[in-house]
Design a binder for this molecule. Sequence first.
Ligand SMILES: Nc1ncnc2c1ncn2[C@@H]1O[C@H](COP(=O)(O)OP(=O)(O)O)[C@@H](O)[C@H]1O
Ligand SMILES: [Mg+2]
Length: 363
Amino acid sequence: MTSQAVKIQGVQHYFGSGNLRKQVLFDNQLQIEPGEIVIMTGPSGSGKTTLLTLIGTLRSVQEGSLEVLGQQLLGATDDDRIALRRRIGFIFQAHNLFESLTAFQNVKMALDLFDFSPEEVSSRIRELLTRLGLGNRIDFKPASLSGGQKQRVAVARGLVHRPKLILADEPTAALDEKSGREVVTMFQEFAEQEGAAILLVTHDNRILDVADRIVRMVDGRIKSNVLVQESRIICEFLKDVPVFSKLTPRTLTDMADKMFLEAFPPGATVIRQGDAGDKFYLIREGRVKVEVERDGNVRQVAELSKGSFFGEAALINHEPRNASVVAVSDLQVYTLGPEDFQRSLDASATLEEEVRKVLFERQ
Ligand SMILES: Nc1ncnc2c1ncn2[C@@H]1O[C@H](COP(=O)(O)OP(=O)(O)O)[C@@H](O)[C@H]1O
Ligand SMILES: [Mg+2]
């Protein structure tokens, strides 16, 4: 049993078969802790909904490991999936309300699988719909509700059974600012009070502030994965590192948003001499030693600590790694992929100049 609400490792996904088989998810990793609110953004068609439906057991996992609330979904039986689904709340864009049922009855469907007393059912539904501003619409059918009202019924239906995992696809897109805020405030309460984990696909900038973490999906790959407070911490941190200190807040924020946090135990090799360069590293915590091997002799050339960076040389010169870097204590680093690193250099002449200066001094 894992303690994470969601643990995704190496998940790939394909649509179609034969010549038409098309890969839409590539080697994704993601973990969500209980009580955590994760927002996923990314362009249309990048694979967000596909990933969400895999997590929600609405699609079968083809490749990779996907654990949801302790249940491994790769190879899970239908019974496993059905049992798990009761602990998940879904709020999808196409809200699929039953036209012949009232708001109350639509929400009630989510409770039909449970043994609540009629009083409990009624009070939960009324309370939730009232909070969502639908107190005077409880017995209305979808046809007499506006788009935003229908969306709020769908939100109530997704939350009424107090799920431990909430999956929401653009839940606030059809809502005005006030109802959108009410919905995300409820998400926050579920996260805090019930320890629910929440994965929210959205482009709604108005609600980014509720996220503990923002991940970005591009072309089927999760491209960045950073704590929101972390993003601020990175900015603060970068400002104090001489090489970044002259950057504009804009460039700093852009860089911070694209960085991943990675951890290594003492003794772990972070980069290996001779390998191709694939990342830029900035030390958040801990120390590393830099070693160069020549003619079979290994020589330590530097020890770096908090605020130092490494890995820039291979990216700038497009050459293999010219040294190995080994963690000497528990190490946390921020990493930046080559394109994002290059983009940051392009965005800022001062950064490029500063990085090159350090590079020159090191060689
Ligand atoms: N049922 C399906 N059959 C075939 N291709 C699909 C299906 N659903 C989605 N896709 C394709 O998979 C890719 C990812 O889609 P989707 O997960 O809906 O992206 P997003 O939610 O980020 O807009 C797109 O190229 C889309 O055309
Ligand atoms: Mg989608």
